[in-house]
Design a protein around this ligand. Structure first.
Ligand SMILES: [Cu+2]
Length: 411
């Protein structure tokens, strides 16, 4: 008995300390995805929202750029097949009015090419009040959602005042919040009742399910049909005729009431990538992650074929940003903006026009640890990738993807 009490006590203490150690849940799985998937699927950058404080019915534009990685994992179905641009927020808190990639409407699915640059713009309308972490998302067929950086948006106002109407191709204005709802409820209800009646007919007969099953076993397969009476057959026929007439009748009614219909659109649309002329060639020669120092070190061979010296201002990997404060001043957009404003150290100075030089870049910050990126050392292929942002003397920016083998250092 004593033993039991002490066991219960320690279990209670363990549970309490667990509760005490828990921080309030606010994210929704950003850190759950494997680092190699975050680093080598889609590079998101310049994510912005047009407002962070809005009322019901207000519009918000989510903009930014992305580049599918050239180092896309072999075992993950490619973004070059079928992909769809979306927004990741909990529940139907917004409605999407418009979304475009490089100016092309994204009503349909598309495919994105690895290593190419895309700009996107999504227009949303606030539907539910609350505080939301708004993320751009690309859903990749066979892979799932590839989530971009999130920004906090607060929605206030009166939900009852929400308006969501659209004009059909025939010029009729409909309320999308309730259009067809009664119809859907009626048909679901009708089929449910028919199904229930069929079930009830057999259930209410004597003997019911289990005794009938036993009887069938006793009679054997050849004689089993004998327990179905002529009345049962008649009831079966009534249900058959009823079901077929409802199907045929509803089809004719629909044809009569809505003579013009278009099927749901499932085609794919092509998006031409942006033409980028990079005056740079960058090769990753060596990448190391030093676990005790939370330090990511890259040795890069850079060739500058432009006419202005270039410097590294930022390294972005797995939605984390490491900034070289000598080149770039960045202020975090909110408390969960994953940016280390002074965490990038570059050895090797600016690369002059026409020069090829090896530089060493260090991205040192606790973000690697807090955002659970350190488990990249557990990846079976130990490949990493990220975006380097070079800046020339005029402040022009050149995004370049780098990637390759990474060697972990434990001491
Ligand atoms: Cu989030």
């Amino acid at each position: 008995m004593k033993r039991l009490i002490s066991l219960t006590c320690s279990a209670l203490v363990a549970m309490l300390s667990l509760v005490a150690a828990m921080e309030p849940a606010q994210a929704h799985g950003e850190r759950a995805q494997m680092p190699q998937l975050r680093m080598r699927s889609v590079h998101w950058f310049d994510i912005n929202v047009s407002t962070v404080n809005m009322q019901i019915n207000d519009l918000i534009k989510v903009t930014g750029s992305f580049m599918p990685s050239n180092y896309w994992p072999e075992h993950v179905q490619s973004i070059e097949k079928t992909a769809f641009l979306n927004i990741g927020v909990p529940g139907p808190s917004f409605v999407r009015l418009d979304s475009r990639v490089n100016g092309v409407p994204m009503i349909r699915s598309t495919a994105f090419k690895k290593g190419e640059l895309y700009n996107f713009e999504i227009t949303l309308k606030a539907r539910k009040t609350g505080r939301y972490h708004v993320h751009p998302v690309i859903n990749v067929e066979g892979t799932g959602p590839i989530i971009g950086p999130g920004l906090w948006v607060e929605v206030g106002g009166d939900e009852a005042a929400f308006e969501n109407s659209a004009t059909t191709l025939l010029g009729k204005t409909i309320n999308l919040e309730s259009y067809g709802l009664a119809n859907a409820a009626f048909w679901s209800g009708l089929w449910f009742v028919i199904g229930l009646a069929w079930f009830a007919y057999w259930l209410l007969k004597c003997p019911i399910v289990v005794p009938r099953f036993k009887r069938v076993n006793e009679l054997g397969p050849a004689e089993a049909d004998k327990i179905i009476t002529p009345n049962d057959r008649r009831a079966g026929l009534v249900f058959l005729v009823l079901a077929l007439s409802v199907v045929a009748g509803s089809y004719m009614y629909t044809q009569e009431k809505w003579p013009i219909t278009t099927p749901l659109q499932t085609g794919k649309i092509e998006v031409p990538p942006i033409d980028v002329d990079l005056p740079l060639q960058v090769r990753l020669q060596d990448a190391r992650y030093r676990i005790p120092g939370r330090s990511f070190r890259m040795e890069l061979e850079v060739t500058n074929s432009g006419d202005s010296p270039v410097m590294v201002g930022e390294f972005a990997a797995g939605n984390l940003r490491f900034i070289n404060s000598d080149v770039l001043k960045v202020t975090p957009k909110d408390e969960d903006d994953l940016v280390a404003t002074d965490a990038l150290r570059v050895e090797g100075g600016p690369i002059a026009p026409g020069e090829t030089r090896t530089i060493v870049v260090y991205a040192d910050d606790a973000l690697w640890e807090t955002q659970r990126m350190t488990t990249m050392i557990a990846s079976p292929d130990a490949l990493v990738a990220g975006m380097l942002f070079f800046f020339d003397a005029n402040g022009e920016r050149f995004p370049v993807e780098v990637g390759g083998m990474m060697i972990p250092e434990f001491v």
